[in-house]
Structures are given as C-alpha cells and as structure tokens.
Design a protein around this ligand. Structure first.
Ligand SMILES: [Cu+2]
Length: 166
C-alpha cells in the first residue's frame, strides 16, 4: 500500500502535465497542415495579435523574430503561461536567457539536472533575433488559448495573442 502511494506521488505531476497538454490540442503532423500563418515577433508584441483557427484544424506557424530581444511563441492556456513564467525567470537568473541571446551550452548543461530548462516543448518556440522556426499545432479542442511570450516582463507588456477557435 505504501509503495502504491509513493508511485502515485512520482507519476502524478506527469499525468497532470499530459492532461493539460491534450486539453490545448496536440503536436500537428506535416501531412495534415491546412493553413500557414506567419507570426512576426517584435519587442514586445506579435503581429498578428489575433489568431483565427477552426476546431480540428492543423496550422503551421512560421514564427520569425524581428525584434532585438529573444522571444517565445507559446500556445497554451492563460493558467499554463502563468505557471511557465517562473521557469523563464529561472533561465534568466541562470544566465541561460540573455537579453538578445540564448546560451545553448548553459541550457544543455542545466537541462541535465532540471528538464524544464531544456525548453523543448512541442507547443512553443524560443527564438533569438533574426531567427525563425516552424511550429505545427493541431487545435483539436475548443479551449480558450493564448499565444504568449513568457520571458520576464514580456507577457505583462502585451506580448500575447488571442487564439479564437471556431
Ligand atoms: Cu518576448
């Protein structure tokens, strides 16, 4: 009995993470992409700042950072963004996230002991200035979502886009 309880404690955080991930949709397949949306990131806002999608649709986001700072494009619920912000703060405190640069060597090193520092979630991209990346996402659920940048101060200053799922 004690053993079962112990196992539950170990697995529970993973279960809740998986549950909240499936709630927001899932990583999309290239073969199912029905629309391409270009997202431009500036200091500190997105263009466009309203994203219109249909339920069940797979979108390829082509994200380009045209600002002078590092930015993130992260699809999640408001609650998930708020939860994610301390992780980003820690990346700044550990000098992994510098204003206009990501120290990938330090990031790799930190990720060995704390996986959240790897920052390799399928629902987000983190980009240095002038860099771009694709993110393919399937909006399988009709959840209230936001695309946001959780680098300290950016969300608060308006780096958030509304996702309308119809
Ligand atoms: Cu940002």
């Amino acid at each position: 009995m004690k053993k079962i309880f112990f196992l539950l404690i170990i697995f529970l955080p993973n279960v809740t993470f998986a549950a909240s991930m499936s709630m927001i949709g899932e990583k999309g397949k290239v073969s199912e992409v029905s629309k391409v949306i270009e997202i431009k990131m500036y200091d500190n806002y997105y263009e466009p700042n309203i994203i219109e999608v249909k339920k069940g649709e797979t979108i390829k986001f082509v994200v380009i950072n045209l600002g002078e700072l590092v930015h993130e494009f992260n699809i999640a619920t408001k609650e998930m963004h708020i939860k994610h912000q301390p992780e980003m703060m820690m990346m700044v405190e550990k000098d992994i996230l510098l204003g206009d640069r990501i120290d990938l060597k330090k990031m790799k090193e930190a990720a060995k002991t704390d996986h959240s520092m790897a920052h390799s979630h399928s629902n987000s991209v983190l980009l240095e200035p002038k860099k771009s990346a694709d993110l393919i996402w399937k909006f399988s659920k009709n959840t209230k979502l936001e695309a946001a940048c959780n680098i300290p101060g950016h969300y608060e200053s308006g780096m958030v886009a509304k996702v309308n799922i119809n």
